[in-house]
Write a protein that binds this ligand. Structure first.
Ligand code: PEP
Ligand code: MG
Length: 916
């Protein structure tokens, strides 16, 4: 059977985005719903792949015949003829893949123009100026996209003629100016390519289709797909949409615009967008003239504004999603040129979800599923402190909310380079183009001096959730001199600036930023998420402050409290060192006795903060030498001290002599040389002891060494102190009426025997504390599963443990034998680049390996103890795809850092909805 490469908008399947691309499928859908779209057809993504896979890059056989057949249909519908000298049909040739990639691939407008059809168009429209304008646009766009001619070659000529004509804006150019521009542009093409511009419209069409196909593999598009992890399963190849041109630049009763059915910055239920009278599509996004807000159309073109509002309502009720659409008005007739789901920031996504659900447009599941959990990260972005007393030096449009500071950098390449070096940069441009995309990735924020809220910079920044101030017209950007001038203020490259994408303010220097707050809409959405989710979401929190923050994010308890952070606090470290260097049990106990009340207070404060939620406290895990200074540092300090000690005798003599000389003149300065030899001797002795301890504790492989439960079993006093502190804290809380649910968790376990020993201490101390306080305390006892053997022996471990928590950081390290400390800086990036590994396993749970172990451990553990609570507390506990896996294998909870809790709550809901 003959392959169908081409579908008309009237026949294509609007649901098949893979084949027709998002834009093509939506144009089919719009056409078939009765919304006015100019006639056209789609060339499939399959045709694109066939072209790209052909070594000679040939258009697949039979495709151009089908194109011709469909062209005939458009000719019939429009009563125009392609290449005809009378009523010539002009076309737009637009890319569009299954995933929206704004501005990443190519589009050509006004295709079909040549000196003959131009005459026809003039005769047809009676508007010479308009026709020459269309022609010069076509030559430039075709020259750039299809023939690879740099834009600057056209821009330079354009500016020359503009200044010769004393034209301020392009609309000030006369018919003759534009005709001259056409002639000059044709010369630019001939100079650059060595050939005349192709005049045959069919040849133009074929070249344009090939250029759009090829743009799928262009650098911009490839970079974009890599950054946004768009795989070939999600989108493979671009479709090509060929549509009859309609003109927004035909008269003052014509216009072009872009709109969002709701405000994509705030989510508010109002139409949002911009338009220009007497202009063509790309004028609005390119920021050449500053467009007007759509609301202004209500006064300027009231009848058409009403039609626009109807279009908006029809789009939303049909697609059940906020739409980002383009329209053109040709001589008073409104056409919808394209529509797609609107890309919005997280604030807007959350608000629209909650409001569209309340309006009955979508249900709870849809309200949750339309928001990618990772997106909520944006809501945790810092914003400018409203109390900061600062005056903006310039104002632009608030194009993408949030605050950001960094050094001003004037081109994308440098922004990328500095960004990768860890420097915070703000990309400052006159206007941005899609080829600046790599600079966006590296920048903290974007500032432009031209363009509206729907300009490229604004759209891309919003999609990325990066702050953007656009169209700050008071700023004159000089990319060549790498500076921006605002009145008499000069910003040179390297100067620190701050932008506020929520207000449009631009400030000199770095301003304080504050954490984002939960909006009532987000709370609502997450409450729906909690209703749908099966997994509980806990937080990894080590201090009362962490606990408080985690609660704000909706944590249902603490899944991991790492006690070592308490040991590391500067005021406590000397006691911890005392404990470590103690030679006898008695000496160690003395230090532990000092630590006990401190730890008890820590736990009490955390319990109070989290009450009545469960708090899982992990006993000391890292190798003990981590609390001691480095060997080299000690050697150097000792050498210094010993030298000082050697010279001390002479210095004391000198000191005595000086003191003697001035003893009768107290007002004279006395040289203070009061080094005390006994004190110095004591310090040297102590440092020597620490050094020998450091040497005796040295391990070649500390991560696999004397740590976790192994350490606990070697020095039982340490774990005993911690167990006592936890239980006494719980008892004190209970006594004062605070409900607590402590859980004691043992790290690095590999055999049931280890658990059994520690559990005996827990039972003994538990009884003692209950007895002393005269009350009963509930305290669960559990094990980390972060050692391969622990997973293999889960059945036995479950005899001792009432809960398991997967420590997937160590478990990943152990499963791969990749050091979690080094792999990410050494070979992992290369492994990812060359697709030996798809992802970084320390970030994305390796479900095939580590996940398999987890699945087995859950199954075996539940064979012994069917109701055993199982969670995860490694970094993967806050990663949406990993959370989905945790749901699938039946975990009870996930635990992650506080700010990731909202993300995890939404991911848990997604998992439950997708896998009931
Ligand atoms: C883990 O190994 O996953 C874990 C949570 O423990 P830590 O990161 O403290 O080793
Ligand atoms: Mg661990």
């Amino acid at each position: 059977m003959k392959e169908t490469w081409v579908y008309s908008f009237a026949e294509g399947d609007g649901k098949n985005k893979k084949l027709l691309g998002g834009k093509g499928a939506n144009l089919c859908e719009l056409t078939q719903t009765g919304i006015r779209v100019p006639p056209g057809f789609v060339i499939t993504t399959k045709a694109c792949l066939a072209f790209l896979n052909n070594p000679e890059r040939k258009i697949p056989q039979g495709m151009m015949e089908q194109v011709s057949k469909h062209l005939k249909k458009i000719e019939g519908l429009t009563n125009k003829s392609f290449g005809g000298e009378k009523k010539p049909l002009l076309l737009s040739v637009r890319s569009g893949s299954a995933m929206s990639m704004p501005g990443m691939m190519d589009t050509i407008l006004n295709l079909g123009l040549n000196p003959d059809t131009l005459k026809g168009l003039i005769a047809d429209t009676g508007n010479e100026r308009f026709c020459y304008d269309a022609y010069r646009r076509f030559i430039q766009l075709f020259g750039k996209v299809a023939l690879g001619i740099p834009d600057e070659l056209f821009d330079e000529e354009f500016e020359k003629i503009k200044s010769k004509a004393h034209a301020h804006l392009d609309v000030d150019l006369s018919r003759d100016d534009l005709a001259e521009i056409c002639t000059v542009f044709l010369q630019v093409v001939e100079r650059y390519t060595g050939k005349p511009f192709p005049h045959d419209p069919f040849e133009q069409l074929e070249i344009a289709i090939k250029a759009v196909f090829s743009s799928w593999m262009g650098k911009r598009a490839v970079d974009y797909r890599r950054e946004f992890k768009i795989t070939s399963e999600m989108a493979n190849g671009t479709a090509v949409n060929i549509v009859a041109m309609v003109f927004g630049n035909m008269s003052n009763n014509s216009a072009t615009g872009v709109g969002f059915t709701r405000d994509p910055g705030t989510g508010e239920n109002v139409i949002f967008g911009e338009y220009l009278v007497n202009a063509q599509g790309e004028d609005v996004v390119a920021g050449i003239r500053t467009p007007k807000p759509l609301a202004a159309m209500a006064d300027e073109m009231p009848g058409l504004f009403k039609e626009l509002m109807e279009l908006r309502n029809n789009l939303e009720s049909h697609f059940k999603e906020v739409q980002d659409f383009e329209f053109t008005i040709e001589e008073g007739i409104l056409y919808c040129l394209q529509t797609r789901n609107g890309k919005m920031n997280a604030t807007a996504m959350v608000r629209t979800s909650v409001e569209m659900k309340k309006e009955g447009l979508i249900d709870t599941k849809q309200a949750l599923l339309r928001i990618k959990p990772e997106m909520l990260e944006q809501l945790l972005f810092p914003r400018l402190d409203p109390d900061a007393d600062a005056t903006p030096v310039a104002k632009g449009l608030p194009a993408s909310p949030g605050g950001a500071s960094g050094i001003a950098v004037f081109d994308a390449d440098r922004a990328e380079k500095l960004g990768h070096e860890g420097v915070k940069v703000i990309l400052v441009r006159e206007e941005t183009k899609p080829e600046d995309i790599h600079g966006f990735f590296a920048a903290q924020g974007i500032l432009t001096s031209r363009g509206g809220k729907t300009s490229h910079a604004a759209v891309v920044a919003r999609g990325m959730g990066k702050p953007c101030v656009a169209g700050a017209e008071g700023i004159t950007v000089d990319v060549r001199l790498r500076q921006a001038v605002i009145g008499d203020t000069l910003i040179s490259e390297g100067d620190t600036i701050t932008i506020d994408g929520s207000t449009g303010g631009v400030y000199l220097g770095e301003l304080p930023l504050i954490e984002a707050e939960f909006t009532p809409e987000l709370e609502k959405l997450l409450s729906w998420a909690d209703e749908k989710a099966r997994l509980k979401v806990m937080a990894n929190a080590d201090t009362p402050g962490d606990a408080k923050r985690a609660l704000k994010f909706g944590a249902m308890g603490i899944g991991l409290c790492r006690t070592e952070r308490m040991f590391n606090e500067p005021s406590r470290l000397p006691i911890v060192i005392e404990m470590i260097i103690a030679d006898t049990k008695e000496d160690r106990q003395k230090a532990l006795d000092k630590l006990l009340p401190i730890q008890r207070e820590d736990f009490k404060n955390i319990f109070i903060e989290m009450a009545p939620r469960p708090v899982t406290i992990r006993l000391l895990d890292p190798p003990i030498h981590e609390f001691l200074p480095q060997e080299q540092q000690l050697i150097e300090e000792l050498e210094l001290l010993r030298n000082l000690r050697k010279n001390l005798r002479g210095m004391r003599k000198l000191s005595e002599a000086v003191t003697f000389m001035y003893q009768n003149e107290p007002e004279k300065p006395i040289v203070q040389l009061s080094a005390d030899p006994e004190l110095l001797d004591a310090v040297i002795l102590k440092k020597d002891m620490i050094l020998s301890k450091v040497r005796s504790l040295h391990e070649i492989n500390p991560m696999l060494g004397h740590r976790g439960v192994r350490l606990g079993l070697t020095f039982p006093e340490i774990y005993a102190m911690q167990i006592r502190a936890i239980l006494e804290a719980a008892a004190e809380c209970k006594k004062s009426g605070v409900t607590v649910h402590p859980e004691i968790m043992i790290p690095q376990v590999c055999t049931a025997q280890e658990l059994k020993r520690v559990k005996e201490w827990v039972i003994q101390i538990h009884a003692e504390v209950e007895d002393r306080f005269g009350l009963s305390i509930q305290c669960a006892f559990g094990s980390m599963l972060e050692v391969v053997r622990a997973c293999m022996r889960a059945e036995n471990l479950a005899e001792e443990a009432e809960f398991f928590s997967f420590g997937t950081n160590d478990l990943t390290q152990a499963t791969f034998s990749f050091s979690r400390e080094d792999a990410e800086n050494k070979f992992l990036p290369m492994y990812n680049m060359s697709h030996i590994l798809q992802d970084n396993p320390f970030e994305v749970l390796d479900v095939k390996g580590v996940g398999k172990l987890m699945e087995l451990a859950v199954r075996w553990g539940r064979q012994t103890r069917p109701d055993i609570k199982v969670g995860i507390c490694g970094e993967h506990g806050g990663h949406p795809a990993s959370i989905e896996f945790c749901h699938k294998i039946g975990l009870t909870y996930v635990s992650c850092s506080g700010p990731r809790v909202p993300i995890a709550r939404l991911a848990a809901a997604h998992a439950a909805i997708n896998q009931p």
